[in-house]
Design a protein. Sequence first.
Length: 176
Amino acid sequence: MTLETLALALGIFVLRLINNAVSTVRLVVLNRDQRVLATVLAVLESLIFAVSLGPVLADLGNLLNLSAYCGGYAIGGYLGQVIEARFVTAFMTVNVIVPGRAHEIAGHLRELGFGVTETIGEGASGVVTMLRSVVKRQDVSDLLHFVRQENPNAFVTVEEARAVQRGWLRAARPAR
């Protein structure tokens, strides 16, 4: 096995890794209606795909190149998820439904820097309050941790907010 053979396999691996990472991020930004960025990423993705696939198709019997291609794809998907979680801002809507002390919980959440909307409603066993907050994805665990401390039986749902305009968003995460 020559140095050139290893370099080609490594190049295929790295290109495929980058290709799948870009693909993962492109799908996320497309889902968030960032069409121009998604289009630019699609061009980059298709270029890298074509360049990395060429040597593999030229010699399908070359198991080293084929393994590099497949391995780059697998690890690239993971890398894309890491990039998306770290660098692509995502907002989540957290709904907390509680009977009793809801206003007190909402006040404490506001003290922690969260924007909270309170809505009174009727549940199966009487009056409940829904606390609704839109937060950055990385702040969801902080909010849920606090809610569980205050009321371990609270009914909680978390969903992705596709678009956010105006309102109150927590500026920075507190030190843990």
